[in-house]
Write a protein that binds this ligand. Structure first.
Ligand code: GDP
Length: 369
């Protein structure tokens, strides 16, 4: 409204109700001077960016504003949840502004990974999704890999542009920005967005020590990922922290794998072959017969089959079945957004199905590794 209080850091309208949304300020902090939102407060006082999230409509409005500016965009995606975290509509909104794609969490792939192959794979995926990228960097915000490359790119392409960092929630955007703050920022300077007087961009300008700014945008919530569907306690099990230990299963047709009670994979038809599961080590995989799978789930979801526990199983939407016919001679992953993927190792072809909570994005793709 007209007399709404605004954050003197980023200009956002302040609110005291919802901590995960932009503009949150604890009631008590309203008495402090200067009046700044919690997000700005943390950057200023703890050198720490924290996540705020907005829905897709809200985010598209923000993106629209970037299109009209002279900007360099850093688009962060999560390699573990590539198709789930890619902002596929980005191209329409950024106009002619250059985009650097930062593919984060590469530390999760096995150490022996062929990174050139991964890079080629990412390039192909971008093409398929209609995303033009000026450059692509594979990085790990957690393990501090790829950052020198990223900063080199930023200084190569930025010219006199502002740098906007965009990404879905949980891709590691805060972790990455915190790295940048720690290594390159000058927080003696003000955080303010005085350059955009009177506007509310929901963006935080972080001064770098060369007088330039990095602009943190809110994370976009994509609801088709497990990370948005499970409870906070199960999030730790679903999102891997350590390098994936791929699990190989030799299956006959008519066999099923359960991923806790989170998802189920049926090998319906095909020659005996092996499938490699790339999922968090904290999700137990349970093998059974396809004909027993329904009753096993009905009787043991939340107990033998966990996570989640019984209480949280009940909170998940009902399973939807996704059937796929894997072509002969293809190199295919069955991708389950936020949970991981299953690599089909044989090139003999197969018919398989995935059961996952309604709304979870499940698809096949060319094998990542
Ligand atoms: P944001 O929502 O995009 O700001 O994401 P955060 O920075 O809060 O990170 C989300 C989760 O991903 C946290 O549990 C981080 O520890 C984890 N994370 C962030 N960067 C990396 C990374 O490079 N590798 C791995 N394995 N995890 C990461």
């Amino acid at each position: 409204g007209q007399d709404a209080m605004r954050c003197s850091g980023c200009g956002i309208e302040l609110q005291t109700e919802q901590q995960e949304l932009p503009g949150y300020i604890p009631q008590k902090a309203l008495e402090r001077e200067p009046v700044i939102c919690q997000r700005c407060f943390r950057i200023k006082n703890y050198n720490e960016a924290s996540s705020v999230a907005v829905d897709q409509d809200e985010f598209l409005k923000l993106l629209g504003q970037i299109g009209g500016k002279n900007a360099l965009v850093i688009h962060i995606v999560d390699l573990f949840d590539f198709e789930g975290s890619l902002i596929s509509g980005l191209q329409r909104f950024v106009g002619n502004n250059p985009v650097i794609l930062a593919v984060n969490k590469i530390d999760l792939l096995p150490k022996v990974t062929n990174w050139n192959k991964v890079l080629n794979w990412v390039q192909k995926q971008c093409k398929e999704h209609g995303l033009k990228t000026q450059d692509i960097v594979l990085c790990s915000a957690k393990k501090n890999q790829g950052f020198d490359r990223l900063l080199e790119m930023v200084s190569t392409y930025r010219g006199d542009r502002d740098v906007y960092v965009v990404g879905a929630t949980n891709v590691g955007k805060s972790t990455l920005i915190n790295r940048l703050i720690r290594d390159y920022s000058d927080l003696e300077q003000e955080l303010t967005t005085s350059r955009y007087p009177g506007t509310t961009l929901d963006m935080v300008n972080i001064p770098l020590d060369d007088g330039k700014f990095i602009i943190d945008t809110p994370g976009i919530v994509y609801p088709w990922r497990y990370s948005e569907m499970v409870t906070r306690e199960d999030l730790g099990a679903v999102m891997p922290e350590n390098p994936l230990k791929p699990m190989v299963y030799q299956l006959n047709e008519g066999q099923t794998l359960f991923f806790g009670a989170l998802a189920r994979f049926d090998f319906i038809q095909g020659e005996r072959q092996s499938f490699t599961c790339f999922t968090s080590g904290r999700i137990e995989i349970h093998r059974t017969k396809l004909e027993r799978a329904d009753s096993l789930y009905a009787e043991h979801a939340g107990e033998l089959l966990s996570p989640p526990n019984k209480e949280n199983v009940a909170k998940l939407p009902e399973f939807t079945r996704h059937e796929f016919s894997i072509k002969k001679g293809s190199h295919t992953d069955i991708f389950i957004s936020g949970l991981g993927w299953i690599k089909v190792n044989s090139d003999q072809g197969a018919i398989v199905a995935v059961h996952a909570p309604r709304g979870i994005r499940v698809l096949t793709r060319t094998s990542l590794i």
